[in-house]
Design a protein around this ligand. Structure first.
Ligand SMILES: O=C[C@H](O)COP(=O)(O)O
Length: 251
């Protein structure tokens, strides 16, 4: 039985004032969270501030990205995995579609980042997903398979026991258009099946989150699907009541 996992990706949102307000709201309701793992992923500059504001031990921390270089050095503007650990991050989102599309991150670079995170025992939340054009032109499965294969080639199937996968159809991110529970389940089953072909025990264990316009009113049905083990939440994670409601829907 897989324990659901919900993570809030705050993206490039917030200020000290708004984060204090958000975290105060999360602290107030943290005891209502059920049997679900929960994390929030603030902008890097606010990770430590968020850590200090969190007064519960059930909400973990994650980062939204990290350097591919494994050790610190002359890499202006980057944050190493050890720095993330030093700031209490248990997770790091890697390969988010915004990093792929806006900043040109490649499958190969993302795979190296996954390897670096794993070697430091920080859990990667590996994002995969297709654009609308890829879905409509019938290459959705090969796109997602390619994104997974790039990582499998570098770290191997056994490493996926320590990797969280987030399936995020690009067309559903921040658009208010959610994949239907059936559409999402179909892709989650494809991902799990692909891993199962390599190692069924690993595939049974791996957490596969859904991300893309998850809200309190659609979370329960999405999370009720057999292969959906929680969510990676963008916009709705910026509202404490909404985020807690989504987490409760997974628990
Ligand atoms: O990382 C989170 C996803 O990109 C989903 O964002 P969203 O919930 O705002 O659609």
């Amino acid at each position: 039985m897989r324990k659901p996992f919900v993570a809030g990706n705050w993206k490039m949102h917030g200020s000290k004032a708004s984060i204090l307000s958000l975290v105060t709201g999360l602290n107030a309701k943290a005891d209502q969270l059920g049997d679900v793992d929960v994390a929030v992923c603030p902008p890097a500059i606010y990770i430590d501030y968020t850590k200090r504001a969190l007064s519960n031990d059930v909400i973990a921390l994650g980062a939204q990205n990290m350097a591919v270089e494994p050790v610190q050095g002359a890499y202006t503007g980057e944050n190493s995995v050890e720095m993330l650990k030093d700031c209490a991050c248990d997770y790091v989102i890697l390969g988010h579609s915004e990093r792929r599309a806006i900043y040109g991150e490649t499958d190969a670079e993302i795979a190296q980042k996954v390897k670096v995170a794993l070697s430091a025992k920080v859990t990667p939340i590996l994002c995969v997903g297709e654009t609308l054009q890829e879905r409509e032109s019938g290459v959705m499965e090969s796109v997602i398979a390619g994104q997974l294969d790039a990582v499998l080639d570098v770290v191997g199937i056994e490493a996926f026991t320590d990797i969280v996968i987030a399936y995020e159809p690009v067309w559903a991110i921040g658009t208010g258009v959610t994949a239907s529970p059936a559409q999402a389940q179909e892709v989650h089953a494809f991902i799990r099946g692909k891993l199962a072909a390599l190692n069924s025990a690993v595939a049974d264990k791996v957490i596969i989150q859904y991300g893309g316009s998850v809200k309190p009113d659609n979370a329960k049905e999405l999370f009720g699907q057999a292969d959906i083990d929680g969510g990676l939440i963008g916009g709705a994670s910026l509202n404490a009541d909404d985020f807690i409601a989504i987490c409760k829907a997974a628990g």
